[in-house]
Design a protein around this ligand. Structure first.
Ligand code: NAP
Length: 270
C-alpha cells in the first residue's frame, strides 16, 4: 500500500539515500530541507526515478522553532495523513553553537525541533503509523541546564551525544504515554560512521555506504518487524533492538526530558 512519508534532512547523506530508496516504490514523499535550491535538486532527482509517486517539499531551518511550527502547519494544510515521519535531520559540528533562541544548536536541531514537529503532526499520524528518530551510538547523560540553554557544554562531542540521548529519551517517554493509541515511536542508530558530510567533516574519513543507513530507515518506517517496537531502540551497529544508555530506560528521567523541552518551547519560543 502506498504511504505518505515525511523525511527531514532529505537533502544530503542518509536522508537523501532514504528518499531515493522510498520514491521508486511509489510512496508519496514529503521532503524537508533548509535550502530551497538543494530541495529542488532532490525533487528533480526523485522525479526522474521510474515508479515514483507524488513528491512535495518543505523548507525550514530546524534551529528556529518558529520555522518548525510553520512547516508543520504547511504539511498539515497539504496532507490529511502522514504514515511515517522520519526525524533524520541532524548536526554534529558547528562554528556557531548558540541559536537565535539561545539554545545549543545540537539540542535545537537534534532533540527539540523533532519533538515539536512530532507533537504538532501527531494528529495526522495514525495509530499504525511510525515516528522514526535518528539516534546514535554516541549517547551521554543529559545536562538539563545545557538542554535549556542555561549553560554551555564546550565540545561538539558532548553536545551531540547528549542531544542524541535526549532524543532517545523523549522517544521512549512519548511512546509510553501514547501507548497503543498512538503511532510507534522508535529510536534508531542507523550504523556508526556512515559516509555522510557530517562524518567526513567530523572524522576526516570516507565512512561506510550510506545505503546501510537508508535501508534500516526504510525497514523501520515500513516493515512489520518494527510495527510493535514503540519505545524501543534499534542499534544497527549490531542489527537488533537493544538497550540504549541506561538513562534511556529510566521512565522518570525520560519524563523529565519531556518536561524541560515543553518548558523551553513554552517560555522561550512559543
Ligand atoms: N552518518 C552516520 O554515521 C550517523 C551515525 C549515527 C547517527 N546519524 C544521524 O543520522 C542523521 C543524518 O545524518 P547524516 O550522517 O546523513 O548527515 P548529513 O549528511 O550532514 O545530513 C544532515 C541533514 O540534516 C540537515 N540539517 C542539518 N542542520 C539543519 C538545520 N538547522 N535545519 C534543517 N536541516 C538541517 C542537512 O541539511 P543540508 O543538506 O542543508 O546540510 C542534511 O539534509 C543525523 O541525525 C545524524 O545524527 C548519522
Amino acid at each position: 500500500m502506498q504511504k505518505t512519508i515525511l523525511v527531514t534532512g532529505a537533502t544530503d547523506g542518509i536522508g537523501l539515500e532514504t528518499v531515493k530508496m522510498l520514491a521508486p516504490i511509489g510512496h508519496t514523499i514529503l521532503l524537508h530541507g533548509r535550502d530551497r535550491a538543494k530541495l529542488d535538486r532532490v525533487e528533480s532527482i526523485l522525479s526522474g526515478l521510474p515508479g515514483h509517486g507524488r513528491i512535495a517539499s518543505y523548507v525550514a531551518d530546524l534551529s528556529r522553532m518558529d520555522e518548525v511550527t510553520a512547516m508543520a502547519a504547511a504539511v498539515a494544510d497539504d496532507h490529511g495523513k502522514i504514515d511515517a515521519l522520519i526525524n533524520n535531520a541532524g548536526v554534529f559540528r558547528t562554528r556557531n553553537p548558540i541559536t537565535e533562541d539561545g539554545l545549543d544548536l545540537r539540542f535545537a536541531v537534534n532533540t527539540i525541533a523533532p519533538y515539536l514537529l512530532t507533537k504538532t503532526l501527531l494528529p495526522l499520524i495514525p495509530a499504525d503509523g511510525r515516528v522514526i528518530n535518528l539516534s546514535s551510538a554516541a549517547q551521554a547523560p543529559v545536562n538539563l541546564q545545557a538542554l535549556a540553554g542555561l549553560s554551555n557544554l564546550g565540545s561538539d562531542n558532548a553536545a551531540y551525544a547528549q542531544s542524541k540521548l535526549a532524543l532517545t529519551m523523549w522517544s521512549r517517554a512519548l511512546a509510553l504515554s501514547l501507548g497503543e493509541a498512538g503511532p510507534a515511536i522508535i529510536a534508531v542508530n542507523p550504523r556508526s560512521l556512515l559516509g555522510s558530510k557530517m562524518v567526513k567533516e567530523a572524522y576526516g574519513m570516507d565512512g561506510a555506504d550510506l545505503r546501510i543507513g537508508a535501508d534500516i530507515l526504510c525497514r523501520a518506517a515500513l516493515s512489520e518487524e518494527f510495527a510493535t517496537a514503540s519505545g524501543k531502540y534499534f542499534d544497527n551497529d549490531i542489527g537488533r533492538f537493544t538497550s540504549p544508555h541506561p538513562d534511556g530506560l529510566n521512565r522518570e528521567k525520560c519524563e523529565r526530558i519531556v518536561k524541560v523541552i515543553e518548558q523551553i518551547l513554552q517560555e522561550k519560543i512559543q
